[in-house]
Design a binder for this molecule. Sequence first.
Ligand code: NAD
Ligand code: UFG
Length: 337
Amino acid sequence: MGIEKAKILVTGGAGYIGSHTVLELISNGYGVVVCDNFTNSKPDAVSRVKKLANRDFPFYNTDVRDEGGIQKIFSEQKIGCVIHFAGLKAVGESVKIPLDYYANNLNSTLVLLKVMEKFGANNFIFSSSATVYSGVNEMPLTENSVTGNCTNPYGWTKYMLEQILRDAAAANKNLRVCLLRYFNPIGAHESGQIGEDPKDIPNNLMPLVAQTAAGKRGVLNIYGTDYNTADGTCIRDYIHVSDLAAGHVLAVKYLENHAGVSVFNLGTGKGTSVLEFIKAFEGATGVKIKTNTAPRRAGDLPVSYAHTQKAKDELGFAAKKSIEDACADTWRWQSGL
Ligand code: NAD
Ligand code: UFG
């Protein structure tokens, strides 16, 4: 079943990246069906997306591992493509409860692939991560850089799922797969109505900076100032979540004309240090962040940023928004929480 005449099932569509992508898909004229079990999100996110889009869409409170539940969605809706965001994603937590991570992330994908084959839905877009790249690579990371040697179970789930998807596509020539390796998603919708709202203590820099700015945390730890970088802090490729969402729309279009498995980095190609990041946040919001120099965090790579040429040439993707845009948007969102 082609994508253009059918709907797109967005799993994890109530989550951070999923909610922005649902909005972007609707803005581009696609019909969507959303499924989420709210393990790391709230029903309010779905209502807000509907309001921003000024459009209703089918929502299923279903665990993607529930094969019967997923079959019900496919039998009630005409699904031509799946964008699979649903999964557990906290690196530290994955070290503590690895089996939950493997069970959730692997089984959800296996169930989707099985049901898709049964119903003749052949297009699959997968949320992978720059975490699949091994630490041995030169920068910037190309899609052909070495993968593996992951430092935590979360990373291994992404690595394993990429392999599972390649094997599934090798066995079923009708299956088209797009692996999107996200770098560091940040920011919120420019309306400030949807954004990242971590249930527990966040791991990532942006929510921690925003919570410190909002007075919810006393001080921001800077993990390591003795790296071999210009200012001694780690360098990452921070990409605005709305740019990332737009990348998924391009991936849907790409699958309409490309068989087999394709893989793309979604990043900006620009590295930013932790100190530069804090400065950008302070500049964009006018709020001063109280910081504390802390030891290096285990498992952190000194530098990670994307080579973006392949995504540009083949997908037509280029990030448009700056870190300052992302900081201002996050602050608008955070201030409303
Ligand atoms: P998120 O936690 O905000 O969204 C994931 C959503 O999936 C949540 O709404 C959660 O409730 C739902 N979910 C989890 N398990 C489910 C299940 N079994 N059935 C149904 N729903 C389930 O995370 P996010 O930041 O939006 O990430 C989306 C995807 O992108 C994830 O697969 C993540 O691993 C990947 N990714 C995220 C980042 C990042 O830094 N945010 C980086 C690289 C890759
Ligand atoms: N950092 C701090 N202080 C904090 C939090 C983070 O200094 O309080 C630093 C980290 O040490 C790192 C940088 O900010 O140098 C970015 O850290 P994040 O946790 O925001 O991002 P990571 O690059 O470590 O991890 C992210 C995702 C992972 C994914 C990885 C690679 O969170 O899921 O990118 O794609 F695996």
